[in-house]
Design a protein around this ligand. Structure first.
Ligand SMILES: [Zn+2]
Length: 161
């Protein structure tokens, strides 16, 4: 993997004497690889957003606070370069270009705590609970799938107006 190669190069850089010839050489290698990784990622996001915009008439997303999330989960660099934000912008302009809809749902909507079947809203849902069990209607489904269904339903409501 490219990330692994990057780590190796960085480790080797740390063993070189700063500001000497080999150190500069190693630095150049690293920045070249960085550029390559960035391009691969961007290319992947372009393909994915193109596919989604072609296959769907509307895309509904939850407007997550990615900065807060990356800090809370300590993703560090991987979210720091904000691939998610880039992906959303690509998706938005591709959908717009095709005359399709891109909808954002407020991040305060309790998409995880709401039952997608009966609409019951839980008081509490711990991050460790990977499935959603509804105490009202009895369904048990994957937590993220339940949230996605709620986002889809809200999106459908929004498209009615
Ligand atoms: Zn329910």
């Amino acid at each position: 993997m490219l990330e692994g190669e990057l780590k190796k190069l960085q480790k080797s850089l740390s063993r070189k004497v700063k500001f000497f010839k080999n150190w500069y050489k190693q630095k150049a290698k690293i920045s070249k690889l960085h550029e390559h990784i960035k391009n691969c990622r961007r290319d992947f996001l372009h393909k994915l957003s193109k596919k989604l915009s072609k296959e769907h008439n509307a895309v509904v997303i939850e407007d997550l606070n990615m900065k807060g999330m990356s800090q809370a989960l300590n993703f560090g660099k991987s979210v720091g370069d904000n691939g998610w934000g880039m992906f959303l912008r690509m998706l938005e302009y591709k959908l717009m270009f095709l005359g399709k809809q891109f909808l954002k749902i407020d991040k305060w909507f309790p998409s995880s705590k709401t039952c997608s079947k009966c609409g019951n809203v839980k008081e509490e849902l711990k991050l460790s609970e990977r499935s959603y069990k509804c105490e009202c209607c009895g369904i048990e489904i994957d937590r993220d799938y339940n949230a996605a269904l709620n986002i889809k339903n809200i999106g459908k409501e929004m498209l009615k107006y």
